[in-house]
Design a protein around this ligand. Structure first.
Ligand code: ADP
Length: 470
Protein backbone atom coordinates (compact mmCIF):
# COMPACT_ATOMS: atom_id res chain seq x y z
CA UNK A 1 0.00 0.00 0.00
CA UNK A 2 1.45 3.33 -1.08
CA UNK A 3 1.13 6.78 0.40
CA UNK A 4 1.17 9.87 -1.80
CA UNK A 5 4.78 10.48 -0.76
CA UNK A 6 5.99 6.94 -1.47
CA UNK A 7 4.24 6.92 -4.83
CA UNK A 8 5.69 10.27 -5.84
CA UNK A 9 9.16 9.14 -4.76
CA UNK A 10 8.80 5.94 -6.80
CA UNK A 11 8.03 7.75 -10.06
CA UNK A 12 10.04 10.97 -9.75
CA UNK A 13 13.19 11.20 -11.85
CA UNK A 14 16.36 10.59 -9.82
CA UNK A 15 18.81 11.63 -12.53
CA UNK A 16 19.07 12.32 -16.24
CA UNK A 17 16.83 14.68 -18.16
CA UNK A 18 13.66 15.76 -16.39
CA UNK A 19 10.41 17.55 -17.02
CA UNK A 20 8.82 19.82 -14.40
CA UNK A 21 5.33 18.69 -13.47
CA UNK A 22 3.14 21.60 -12.38
CA UNK A 23 -0.03 21.58 -10.29
CA UNK A 24 -2.53 23.30 -12.62
CA UNK A 25 -4.56 24.61 -9.66
CA UNK A 26 -1.68 26.48 -8.03
CA UNK A 27 1.18 26.67 -10.51
CA UNK A 28 3.41 24.92 -7.95
CA UNK A 29 5.96 22.27 -8.82
CA UNK A 30 4.78 18.75 -7.95
CA UNK A 31 7.85 16.82 -9.00
CA UNK A 32 10.19 15.97 -11.83
CA UNK A 33 9.14 13.42 -14.42
CA UNK A 34 11.85 11.49 -16.23
CA UNK A 35 12.52 12.30 -19.87
CA UNK A 36 13.86 9.20 -21.57
CA UNK A 37 15.73 8.96 -24.84
CA UNK A 38 15.12 6.81 -27.89
CA UNK A 39 17.92 4.40 -26.89
CA UNK A 40 16.19 3.72 -23.60
CA UNK A 41 12.95 3.21 -25.49
CA UNK A 42 14.57 0.70 -27.80
CA UNK A 43 16.01 -1.25 -24.83
CA UNK A 44 12.64 -1.22 -23.13
CA UNK A 45 10.86 -2.55 -26.22
CA UNK A 46 13.45 -5.33 -26.40
CA UNK A 47 12.71 -6.16 -22.77
CA UNK A 48 8.97 -6.20 -23.44
CA UNK A 49 9.49 -8.42 -26.49
CA UNK A 50 11.66 -10.80 -24.46
CA UNK A 51 9.03 -11.10 -21.73
CA UNK A 52 6.14 -11.64 -24.13
CA UNK A 53 6.44 -15.37 -24.98
CA UNK A 54 6.41 -16.42 -21.31
CA UNK A 55 3.41 -14.17 -20.60
CA UNK A 56 1.57 -15.55 -23.63
CA UNK A 57 2.44 -19.11 -22.56
CA UNK A 58 0.48 -18.71 -19.33
CA UNK A 59 -3.08 -19.93 -19.44
CA UNK A 60 -5.83 -17.39 -19.92
CA UNK A 61 -6.89 -18.12 -16.36
CA UNK A 62 -3.42 -17.38 -14.98
CA UNK A 63 -3.28 -14.05 -16.81
CA UNK A 64 -6.74 -13.20 -15.53
CA UNK A 65 -5.63 -13.88 -11.96
CA UNK A 66 -2.62 -11.60 -12.39
CA UNK A 67 -4.97 -8.88 -13.64
CA UNK A 68 -7.18 -9.25 -10.59
CA UNK A 69 -4.13 -9.02 -8.35
CA UNK A 70 -3.09 -5.83 -10.19
CA UNK A 71 -6.62 -4.51 -9.58
CA UNK A 72 -6.25 -5.41 -5.87
CA UNK A 73 -2.97 -3.45 -5.79
CA UNK A 74 -4.70 -0.39 -7.29
CA UNK A 75 -7.45 -0.69 -4.69
CA UNK A 76 -4.88 -0.87 -1.88
CA UNK A 77 -3.18 2.34 -3.08
CA UNK A 78 -6.32 4.05 -4.36
CA UNK A 79 -6.11 7.12 -2.13
CA UNK A 80 -2.48 7.79 -2.99
CA UNK A 81 -3.19 7.37 -6.70
CA UNK A 82 -6.21 9.68 -6.50
CA UNK A 83 -4.21 12.37 -4.71
CA UNK A 84 -1.41 12.28 -7.27
CA UNK A 85 -3.95 12.32 -10.09
CA UNK A 86 -5.78 15.26 -8.53
CA UNK A 87 -2.61 17.29 -8.01
CA UNK A 88 -1.17 16.60 -11.43
CA UNK A 89 -4.27 16.57 -13.63
CA UNK A 90 -6.26 19.10 -11.58
CA UNK A 91 -9.46 17.07 -11.29
CA UNK A 92 -11.03 17.10 -7.83
CA UNK A 93 -10.84 14.09 -5.55
CA UNK A 94 -14.63 13.99 -5.30
CA UNK A 95 -17.43 14.00 -7.85
CA UNK A 96 -16.95 12.07 -11.11
CA UNK A 97 -13.24 12.80 -10.86
CA UNK A 98 -10.03 11.42 -9.31
CA UNK A 99 -11.42 8.78 -6.94
CA UNK A 100 -13.95 7.87 -9.59
CA UNK A 101 -11.17 7.51 -12.17
CA UNK A 102 -9.09 5.22 -9.94
CA UNK A 103 -12.24 3.16 -9.26
CA UNK A 104 -12.80 3.02 -13.02
CA UNK A 105 -9.30 1.59 -13.48
CA UNK A 106 -10.21 -1.26 -11.14
CA UNK A 107 -13.55 -1.82 -12.87
CA UNK A 108 -12.11 -1.86 -16.39
CA UNK A 109 -9.25 -4.13 -15.38
CA UNK A 110 -11.53 -6.67 -13.75
CA UNK A 111 -14.05 -6.58 -16.59
CA UNK A 112 -11.34 -7.05 -19.22
CA UNK A 113 -10.08 -9.99 -17.16
CA UNK A 114 -13.51 -11.61 -16.93
CA UNK A 115 -14.87 -11.05 -20.45
CA UNK A 116 -14.97 -14.43 -22.20
CA UNK A 117 -13.49 -14.78 -25.67
CA UNK A 118 -13.88 -18.44 -26.65
CA UNK A 119 -12.56 -19.99 -29.84
CA UNK A 120 -15.28 -19.57 -32.48
CA UNK A 121 -16.30 -22.49 -34.67
CA UNK A 122 -16.90 -20.90 -38.06
CA UNK A 123 -17.87 -23.92 -40.19
CA UNK A 124 -18.45 -27.52 -39.15
CA UNK A 125 -20.56 -29.17 -41.83
CA UNK A 126 -18.98 -32.57 -42.08
CA UNK A 127 -16.67 -31.67 -44.97
CA UNK A 128 -15.17 -28.38 -43.81
CA UNK A 129 -14.02 -27.48 -40.34
CA UNK A 130 -12.76 -23.99 -39.51
CA UNK A 131 -12.29 -22.24 -36.22
CA UNK A 132 -11.18 -18.74 -35.29
CA UNK A 133 -8.60 -18.14 -32.56
CA UNK A 134 -7.46 -14.81 -31.14
CA UNK A 135 -3.68 -15.00 -30.67
CA UNK A 136 -1.44 -12.37 -29.07
CA UNK A 137 0.05 -9.77 -31.41
CA UNK A 138 3.30 -9.33 -29.44
CA UNK A 139 4.21 -5.98 -27.94
CA UNK A 140 1.55 -3.27 -27.77
CA UNK A 141 2.63 0.39 -27.74
CA UNK A 142 0.23 2.54 -25.74
CA UNK A 143 0.11 6.34 -25.97
CA UNK A 144 -2.15 8.24 -23.60
CA UNK A 145 -3.50 11.81 -23.29
CA UNK A 146 -3.60 14.10 -20.24
CA UNK A 147 -7.34 14.25 -19.56
CA UNK A 148 -7.97 10.80 -18.02
CA UNK A 149 -4.34 9.70 -17.64
CA UNK A 150 -5.02 6.61 -15.51
CA UNK A 151 -8.32 5.39 -16.90
CA UNK A 152 -7.27 5.64 -20.53
CA UNK A 153 -4.00 3.88 -19.70
CA UNK A 154 -6.04 0.99 -18.30
CA UNK A 155 -8.26 0.97 -21.40
CA UNK A 156 -5.11 0.28 -23.40
CA UNK A 157 -3.24 -1.98 -20.98
CA UNK A 158 -6.04 -4.25 -19.73
CA UNK A 159 -7.20 -5.88 -22.99
CA UNK A 160 -3.62 -6.04 -24.25
CA UNK A 161 -2.23 -8.03 -21.34
CA UNK A 162 -5.33 -10.19 -21.11
CA UNK A 163 -4.70 -11.37 -24.68
CA UNK A 164 -1.07 -12.30 -23.97
CA UNK A 165 0.68 -9.18 -25.22
CA UNK A 166 3.20 -7.18 -23.25
CA UNK A 167 2.93 -3.39 -23.19
CA UNK A 168 5.12 -0.31 -23.45
CA UNK A 169 3.17 2.73 -22.38
CA UNK A 170 3.99 6.40 -22.87
CA UNK A 171 1.96 8.90 -20.85
CA UNK A 172 1.36 12.50 -21.97
CA UNK A 173 4.07 14.96 -20.95
CA UNK A 174 1.95 17.06 -18.58
CA UNK A 175 0.53 14.05 -16.71
CA UNK A 176 3.44 11.61 -16.86
CA UNK A 177 3.54 10.94 -13.13
CA UNK A 178 -0.04 9.64 -13.05
CA UNK A 179 0.67 7.11 -15.79
CA UNK A 180 3.97 6.07 -14.27
CA UNK A 181 2.42 5.72 -10.80
CA UNK A 182 -0.46 3.57 -12.02
CA UNK A 183 1.96 1.23 -13.78
CA UNK A 184 4.26 1.12 -10.73
CA UNK A 185 1.36 0.00 -8.55
CA UNK A 186 0.20 -2.61 -11.08
CA UNK A 187 3.76 -3.88 -11.34
CA UNK A 188 3.64 -4.81 -7.66
CA UNK A 189 1.45 -7.68 -8.93
CA UNK A 190 2.47 -8.31 -12.56
CA UNK A 191 5.52 -10.32 -13.65
CA UNK A 192 8.61 -8.38 -14.69
CA UNK A 193 8.57 -7.09 -18.26
CA UNK A 194 4.82 -7.32 -18.91
CA UNK A 195 4.02 -3.64 -18.32
CA UNK A 196 6.76 -1.15 -19.15
CA UNK A 197 6.75 2.63 -19.02
CA UNK A 198 8.62 5.24 -20.97
CA UNK A 199 8.36 8.99 -20.55
CA UNK A 200 9.23 11.75 -22.98
CA UNK A 201 7.94 14.03 -25.71
CA UNK A 202 5.39 12.61 -28.12
CA UNK A 203 7.12 13.91 -31.23
CA UNK A 204 10.29 11.99 -30.27
CA UNK A 205 9.45 9.07 -28.00
CA UNK A 206 5.87 8.59 -29.21
CA UNK A 207 6.96 8.68 -32.82
CA UNK A 208 9.87 6.26 -32.22
CA UNK A 209 7.51 3.90 -30.37
CA UNK A 210 5.15 3.74 -33.33
CA UNK A 211 8.01 3.22 -35.79
CA UNK A 212 9.75 0.43 -33.84
CA UNK A 213 9.48 -2.85 -35.78
CA UNK A 214 8.91 -4.86 -32.59
CA UNK A 215 5.70 -2.97 -31.83
CA UNK A 216 2.86 -4.97 -33.38
CA UNK A 217 -0.02 -2.74 -32.37
CA UNK A 218 -0.47 0.83 -31.20
CA UNK A 219 -3.31 1.94 -28.98
CA UNK A 220 -3.63 5.71 -29.18
CA UNK A 221 -5.98 8.21 -27.59
CA UNK A 222 -5.36 11.85 -28.42
CA UNK A 223 -5.96 14.53 -31.00
CA UNK A 224 -6.89 13.93 -34.63
CA UNK A 225 -3.76 15.71 -36.01
CA UNK A 226 -1.49 13.49 -33.89
CA UNK A 227 -3.56 10.46 -34.89
CA UNK A 228 -2.86 11.24 -38.54
CA UNK A 229 0.88 11.42 -37.83
CA UNK A 230 0.65 8.02 -36.16
CA UNK A 231 -1.15 6.56 -39.18
CA UNK A 232 1.73 7.74 -41.37
CA UNK A 233 4.37 6.45 -38.95
CA UNK A 234 2.64 3.07 -38.76
CA UNK A 235 2.80 2.49 -42.52
CA UNK A 236 6.40 1.24 -42.61
CA UNK A 237 5.67 -1.90 -40.60
CA UNK A 238 1.91 -2.12 -41.27
CA UNK A 239 1.51 -1.70 -37.52
CA UNK A 240 -2.03 -2.26 -36.30
CA UNK A 241 -3.78 0.77 -34.81
CA UNK A 242 -6.67 1.58 -32.56
CA UNK A 243 -7.23 5.33 -32.70
CA UNK A 244 -9.56 7.15 -30.35
CA UNK A 245 -9.26 10.72 -31.58
CA UNK A 246 -10.92 14.04 -30.98
CA UNK A 247 -14.63 14.60 -31.03
CA UNK A 248 -17.06 17.46 -30.93
CA UNK A 249 -20.12 15.63 -29.66
CA UNK A 250 -23.56 17.00 -30.40
CA UNK A 251 -26.61 16.61 -28.18
CA UNK A 252 -30.09 17.13 -29.59
CA UNK A 253 -32.93 17.99 -27.23
CA UNK A 254 -36.39 17.16 -28.63
CA UNK A 255 -39.43 19.30 -27.77
CA UNK A 256 -41.02 16.74 -25.41
CA UNK A 257 -38.43 16.88 -22.60
CA UNK A 258 -38.87 17.99 -19.00
CA UNK A 259 -36.12 20.65 -18.81
CA UNK A 260 -35.57 20.37 -15.05
CA UNK A 261 -35.37 16.59 -15.20
CA UNK A 262 -32.61 16.57 -17.84
CA UNK A 263 -30.53 19.48 -16.50
CA UNK A 264 -28.24 17.37 -14.30
CA UNK A 265 -27.58 14.81 -17.06
CA UNK A 266 -26.87 17.54 -19.60
CA UNK A 267 -24.55 19.29 -17.16
CA UNK A 268 -22.38 16.28 -16.37
CA UNK A 269 -22.47 15.13 -19.98
CA UNK A 270 -20.83 18.43 -20.90
CA UNK A 271 -18.81 19.37 -17.85
CA UNK A 272 -17.40 16.07 -16.56
CA UNK A 273 -13.69 16.61 -15.90
CA UNK A 274 -14.29 20.31 -16.53
CA UNK A 275 -15.17 19.51 -20.15
CA UNK A 276 -11.82 17.83 -20.84
CA UNK A 277 -13.28 14.54 -22.01
CA UNK A 278 -13.17 13.04 -25.50
CA UNK A 279 -16.82 12.02 -25.49
CA UNK A 280 -18.25 14.99 -23.61
CA UNK A 281 -21.24 16.93 -24.89
CA UNK A 282 -19.65 19.86 -26.71
CA UNK A 283 -22.54 21.47 -28.63
CA UNK A 284 -26.14 21.34 -27.57
CA UNK A 285 -29.02 21.77 -30.04
CA UNK A 286 -32.30 22.57 -28.27
CA UNK A 287 -35.73 22.90 -29.85
CA UNK A 288 -37.13 26.42 -29.81
CA UNK A 289 -40.24 25.38 -27.83
CA UNK A 290 -38.18 24.34 -24.78
CA UNK A 291 -35.06 26.39 -25.44
CA UNK A 292 -35.40 29.03 -22.73
CA UNK A 293 -36.54 26.54 -20.12
CA UNK A 294 -33.62 24.18 -20.84
CA UNK A 295 -31.07 27.02 -20.76
CA UNK A 296 -32.51 28.27 -17.45
CA UNK A 297 -32.57 24.79 -15.86
CA UNK A 298 -29.01 24.09 -16.99
CA UNK A 299 -27.81 27.45 -15.66
CA UNK A 300 -29.55 26.85 -12.31
CA UNK A 301 -27.78 23.52 -11.97
CA UNK A 302 -24.40 24.74 -13.25
CA UNK A 303 -24.31 27.76 -10.96
CA UNK A 304 -24.26 25.51 -7.91
CA UNK A 305 -21.42 23.16 -8.85
CA UNK A 306 -18.28 24.34 -7.06
CA UNK A 307 -15.01 24.75 -8.94
CA UNK A 308 -11.67 25.03 -7.19
CA UNK A 309 -8.58 23.23 -5.96
CA UNK A 310 -9.17 19.51 -6.39
CA UNK A 311 -7.86 18.58 -2.97
CA UNK A 312 -10.66 20.54 -1.28
CA UNK A 313 -13.55 18.21 -0.55
CA UNK A 314 -16.41 20.36 -1.77
CA UNK A 315 -15.13 20.93 -5.31
CA UNK A 316 -16.51 18.97 -8.23
CA UNK A 317 -14.83 20.93 -11.04
CA UNK A 318 -11.14 21.78 -11.31
CA UNK A 319 -8.83 23.87 -13.44
CA UNK A 320 -7.93 23.18 -17.03
CA UNK A 321 -4.94 20.89 -17.09
CA UNK A 322 -2.55 23.14 -18.94
CA UNK A 323 -2.10 26.65 -20.25
CA UNK A 324 -2.49 25.68 -23.89
CA UNK A 325 -5.96 24.31 -23.17
CA UNK A 326 -6.91 27.40 -21.14
CA UNK A 327 -5.97 29.57 -24.11
CA UNK A 328 -8.03 27.47 -26.54
CA UNK A 329 -11.15 27.77 -24.39
CA UNK A 330 -10.55 31.47 -23.82
CA UNK A 331 -10.14 32.15 -27.55
CA UNK A 332 -13.28 30.24 -28.50
CA UNK A 333 -15.47 31.90 -25.87
CA UNK A 334 -14.16 35.32 -26.90
CA UNK A 335 -15.04 34.53 -30.51
CA UNK A 336 -18.57 33.60 -29.42
CA UNK A 337 -18.91 36.82 -27.40
CA UNK A 338 -17.62 38.91 -30.30
CA UNK A 339 -20.25 37.38 -32.58
CA UNK A 340 -23.05 38.63 -30.33
CA UNK A 341 -23.91 35.31 -28.66
CA UNK A 342 -25.46 35.58 -25.19
CA UNK A 343 -23.34 34.76 -22.14
CA UNK A 344 -25.70 33.03 -19.70
CA UNK A 345 -23.02 32.07 -17.19
CA UNK A 346 -19.26 32.53 -16.86
CA UNK A 347 -17.11 33.68 -19.75
CA UNK A 348 -15.05 35.93 -17.46
CA UNK A 349 -11.80 34.13 -16.57
CA UNK A 350 -9.07 35.60 -14.39
CA UNK A 351 -6.29 35.43 -16.90
CA UNK A 352 -3.51 36.43 -14.49
CA UNK A 353 -4.37 33.88 -11.80
CA UNK A 354 -1.80 31.18 -10.94
CA UNK A 355 -4.17 28.31 -11.64
CA UNK A 356 -5.70 27.59 -15.05
CA UNK A 357 -9.29 28.01 -13.86
CA UNK A 358 -11.83 28.82 -16.54
CA UNK A 359 -15.31 29.40 -15.05
CA UNK A 360 -18.28 27.25 -15.97
CA UNK A 361 -19.64 28.94 -19.07
CA UNK A 362 -22.93 28.65 -20.95
CA UNK A 363 -23.32 30.51 -24.24
CA UNK A 364 -26.82 30.78 -25.72
CA UNK A 365 -28.28 32.07 -28.99
CA UNK A 366 -25.08 31.31 -30.82
CA UNK A 367 -24.66 31.01 -34.58
CA UNK A 368 -24.32 27.30 -35.52
CA UNK A 369 -21.20 28.18 -37.53
CA UNK A 370 -19.43 29.99 -34.68
CA UNK A 371 -15.95 28.66 -33.84
CA UNK A 372 -17.10 27.64 -30.34
CA UNK A 373 -19.59 25.28 -32.04
CA UNK A 374 -17.52 23.87 -34.87
CA UNK A 375 -14.14 23.58 -33.10
CA UNK A 376 -13.55 21.26 -30.14
CA UNK A 377 -13.30 23.46 -27.04
CA UNK A 378 -12.31 20.65 -24.61
CA UNK A 379 -13.19 22.77 -21.63
CA UNK A 380 -16.04 24.13 -19.50
CA UNK A 381 -17.83 26.26 -22.11
CA UNK A 382 -20.98 24.88 -23.72
CA UNK A 383 -22.59 26.50 -26.78
CA UNK A 384 -26.37 26.05 -26.89
CA UNK A 385 -27.90 26.36 -30.35
CA UNK A 386 -31.60 27.00 -30.99
CA UNK A 387 -33.32 24.93 -33.69
CA UNK A 388 -36.82 24.65 -35.08
CA UNK A 389 -36.42 21.93 -37.71
CA UNK A 390 -35.14 18.57 -36.44
CA UNK A 391 -33.75 17.59 -39.84
CA UNK A 392 -31.69 20.76 -39.78
CA UNK A 393 -30.39 19.96 -36.26
CA UNK A 394 -29.41 16.44 -37.36
CA UNK A 395 -27.69 17.88 -40.44
CA UNK A 396 -25.72 20.28 -38.23
CA UNK A 397 -24.80 17.48 -35.83
CA UNK A 398 -23.45 15.53 -38.81
CA UNK A 399 -21.76 18.46 -40.50
CA UNK A 400 -18.32 18.12 -38.89
CA UNK A 401 -15.45 15.80 -39.77
CA UNK A 402 -15.57 14.15 -36.34
CA UNK A 403 -18.13 11.76 -34.85
CA UNK A 404 -17.17 10.21 -31.53
CA UNK A 405 -20.34 10.35 -29.41
CA UNK A 406 -23.71 12.09 -29.55
CA UNK A 407 -26.91 12.16 -27.55
CA UNK A 408 -30.64 12.53 -28.03
CA UNK A 409 -32.86 13.77 -25.20
CA UNK A 410 -36.56 12.86 -25.24
CA UNK A 411 -39.26 11.18 -23.17
CA UNK A 412 -40.19 9.12 -26.26
CA UNK A 413 -37.51 6.41 -26.47
CA UNK A 414 -38.73 5.10 -29.81
CA UNK A 415 -38.51 8.54 -31.35
CA UNK A 416 -35.09 9.13 -29.76
CA UNK A 417 -33.79 5.86 -31.22
CA UNK A 418 -35.06 6.84 -34.65
CA UNK A 419 -33.19 10.15 -34.40
CA UNK A 420 -30.10 8.29 -33.13
CA UNK A 421 -30.10 6.13 -36.27
CA UNK A 422 -29.54 9.25 -38.36
CA UNK A 423 -26.52 10.54 -36.41
CA UNK A 424 -22.97 9.85 -37.60
CA UNK A 425 -21.19 8.91 -34.37
CA UNK A 426 -19.64 5.82 -32.82
CA UNK A 427 -22.06 5.97 -29.86
CA UNK A 428 -25.40 7.71 -29.46
CA UNK A 429 -26.64 7.89 -25.88
CA UNK A 430 -30.29 8.52 -25.09
CA UNK A 431 -31.01 10.84 -22.15
CA UNK A 432 -27.36 10.67 -21.08
CA UNK A 433 -23.99 11.54 -22.58
CA UNK A 434 -20.57 9.94 -22.30
CA UNK A 435 -21.66 7.02 -20.12
CA UNK A 436 -18.93 4.58 -21.13
CA UNK A 437 -19.14 1.02 -19.83
CA UNK A 438 -16.37 -1.61 -19.84
CA UNK A 439 -18.77 -4.19 -21.33
CA UNK A 440 -19.89 -1.99 -24.23
CA UNK A 441 -17.64 -1.30 -27.24
CA UNK A 442 -16.62 2.31 -27.75
CA UNK A 443 -15.02 3.93 -30.79
CA UNK A 444 -15.34 6.77 -33.24
CA UNK A 445 -16.85 7.46 -36.64
CA UNK A 446 -15.20 9.57 -39.34
CA UNK A 447 -12.07 11.43 -38.12
CA UNK A 448 -12.73 10.48 -34.50
CA UNK A 449 -10.75 7.36 -35.23
CA UNK A 450 -11.14 3.67 -35.89
CA UNK A 451 -11.13 0.43 -33.98
CA UNK A 452 -13.16 -0.29 -30.88
CA UNK A 453 -12.22 -0.50 -27.23
CA UNK A 454 -13.96 -2.37 -24.36
CA UNK A 455 -15.97 -5.56 -24.29
CA UNK A 456 -15.30 -8.50 -26.57
CA UNK A 457 -14.58 -6.16 -29.49
CA UNK A 458 -11.84 -4.54 -27.43
CA UNK A 459 -10.18 -7.90 -26.75
CA UNK A 460 -10.30 -8.80 -30.44
CA UNK A 461 -8.67 -5.47 -31.30
CA UNK A 462 -5.46 -6.38 -29.47
CA UNK A 463 -5.30 -9.88 -30.93
CA UNK A 464 -4.15 -11.48 -34.13
CA UNK A 465 -7.12 -13.41 -35.51
CA UNK A 466 -6.06 -16.80 -36.81
CA UNK A 467 -8.21 -19.27 -38.69
CA UNK A 468 -7.35 -22.91 -38.14
CA UNK A 469 -8.96 -24.94 -40.86
CA UNK A 470 -9.12 -28.67 -41.47
P1 ADP B 1 -2.55 17.31 -27.12
O1 ADP B 1 -2.38 18.17 -28.34
O2 ADP B 1 -3.79 17.60 -26.39
O3 ADP B 1 -1.37 17.25 -26.21
P2 ADP B 1 -1.83 14.89 -28.50
O4 ADP B 1 -2.71 14.08 -29.35
O5 ADP B 1 -0.73 15.62 -29.17
O6 ADP B 1 -2.77 15.85 -27.67
O7 ADP B 1 -1.19 13.99 -27.36
C1 ADP B 1 -1.63 12.71 -26.98
C2 ADP B 1 -0.44 11.82 -26.77
O8 ADP B 1 0.23 11.67 -28.02
C3 ADP B 1 0.60 12.34 -25.79
O9 ADP B 1 1.09 11.24 -25.02
C4 ADP B 1 1.68 12.88 -26.71
O10 ADP B 1 2.95 12.88 -26.11
C5 ADP B 1 1.61 11.88 -27.85
N1 ADP B 1 2.17 12.36 -29.13
C6 ADP B 1 2.28 13.64 -29.57
N2 ADP B 1 2.83 13.67 -30.80
C7 ADP B 1 3.07 12.38 -31.16
C8 ADP B 1 3.62 11.75 -32.33
N3 ADP B 1 4.03 12.45 -33.38
N4 ADP B 1 3.70 10.41 -32.34
C9 ADP B 1 3.27 9.67 -31.29
N5 ADP B 1 2.75 10.21 -30.17
C10 ADP B 1 2.65 11.55 -30.09
Amino acid sequence: MDTYESLLAAVTAKNGKTNEVIDPATGELIGLAPVHGVDELSDLIDKAAAAQPAWAALSDDERRQYMHRAADAIEASAEALAELLSREQGKPLNGPNARFEVGGCVGWLRTAADTPLPVETLVDDGTTYAELHYRPIGVVGAITPWNWPMMIAIWQIAPSIRMGNTVVIKPAETTSLSGLALAAVMNQALPEGVLNTISGPGSVIGDALVRNAKIGKVMFTGSTPTGKKIIEASAGNVTRLTLELGGNDAGIVLPDVDPTAIAEGLFWGAFINTGQTCAALKRLYVHDSVYDAVVDALADFARNVPMGNGLEDQNALGPLQNKKQFEIVDRLVESAKASGARVVLGGNPERDAKGYFYPTTLIADIDPQNDLVIEEQFGPALPIIRYTDLDEAVAQANSLEVGLGASVWSTDIKRAREVASRIQAGTVWINAHGMVDPRVPFGGAKQSGYGMEFGVEGLKAVSQPQVVSG
